[in-house]
Design a protein around this ligand. Structure first.
Ligand code: C5P
Length: 324
């Protein structure tokens, strides 16, 4: 039986990075809010009986078809954990950018997990799912939840936040590939070259929880999912979060290296975004908009400037699972 699954993308709404060497494992501590969006790849997962191994098929030549693919890593681990046999054939219809900061490869990995479980008509225990996903990659586990997700640890410790109403988003995908490990290395360099100190960064990480607390406090007082703070105009909640001053630390190292991405952020703001930011380590830059018409118009304005851009919307947890 072949199982078709939509594998959605995420954006990072704020991303604070810890100082180098703060953990003993070579990774960096992170604080972020992940938000799934409606852009997606489509995967077909099939288990062929009487054979073994993993096979990946993708027309996009930038997608590896060997064991370095996150889907391959996931398939091997899930088949072993389920004690299932057969050859896992994964066909990827790639729409999302590769190395784009949208978590496409990580979402593909979770789609593989769900596909295998459905094909085998068996489900792994929640703890086992999480363990395997965290092993495959730091931003894989978020796709086990979907919606608005708090990410801690190296990004793999995930907690669901309240399911938010839709918000219009414009996603710009400049044709620049940013390597995440290289971006982390550049981040470490800031502590040698600039006045950045580990103590100050540690305090900044602490301030992240204050931002999120402040935001959740407002949300709890507004069970309808909109904030009326600052006047009568009800505004979508995710915009309230960014108003707390949350930002993406990767911009400090990625923008100097790829100034064209800073220009895309400025163009996004100029096109009317209430908030614009790099997603993950980029190269995707997204903008949050207060309405669909504004988002569609902004995407057209960016395209007219030669910047590939598309209007989409956030995907709540309920929508994520319904549409998957
Ligand atoms: O976990 P993942 O495989 O996505 O990480 C890719 C690379 O990014 C790691 O090998 C590491 O160099 C870097 N990384 C990090 N700190 C994190 C997440 C990733 O340094 N929290």
């Amino acid at each position: 039986m072949a199982v078709a699954i939509q594998s959605f993308a995420k954006i990072n709404v704020g991303l604070y990075i810890g100082a180098p060497g703060a953990r003993g494992d070579g990774f960096h501590d992170l604080r972020t809010v992940y938000q799934t969006i409606a852009l997606h790849d489509t995967l077909k997962v099939e288990i062929k009986r009487g054979m073994s191994g993993v096979e990946i098929r993708c027309k996009d030549k930038r997608v590896p078809e060997d064991e370095s693919n996150t889907c391959w890593k996931m398939a091997e681990r899930v088949m072993k954990a389920l004690r299932a046999t057969g050859r896992v054939v994964i066909s990827i219809d790639k729409r999302l950018p590769v190395q784009g900061g949208l978590g496409a490869a990580s979402g593909n990995a979770v789609a593989t997990l769900i596909g295998i479980e459905r094909a085998c008509k068996r489900r792994l225990e929640a703890a086992e799912r999480l363990r395997i996903c965290a092993e495959v990659g730091s931003d894989v586990p978020l796709f086990l939840l979907g919606g608005t997700v708090l990410g801690l640890g190296r990004g793999e410790q995930v907690y669901p936040l309240p399911d938010l109403p839709d918000l219009d988003v414009v996603v710009a995908t400049p044709e620049v590939g940013v390597s995440t490990p290289a971006a982390f290395k550049a981040w470490d360099g800031l502590f040698d070259r600039s006045g950045m100190t580990k103590t100050a960064q540690s305090a900044k990480l602490d301030s992240f929880s204050h931002h999120v607390y402040e935001w959740l406090d407002r949300y709890c007082c507004s069970p309808t999912g909109v904030s009326t703070r600052g006047g009568n105009r009800a505004e979508p909640l995710l915009l309230d979060l960014v108003r707390t001053g949350i930002e993406n630390d990767f911009e400090r190292v990625v923008f100097p290296q790829f100034p064209e991405l800073r220009d895309v952020k400025r163009a996004m703001e100029h096109a009317g975004a209430k908030y614009a930011s790099l997603s993950g380590s980029g190269s995707t830059v997204y903008g949050l908009f207060a309405g669909k018409a504004a988002a569609v118009k902004a995407a057209a304005a960016l395209q007219a400037k030669g910047i590939p851009a598309v209007a989409t919307k956030t995907l709540s947890r309920a929508q994520y699972w319904r549409q998957m």
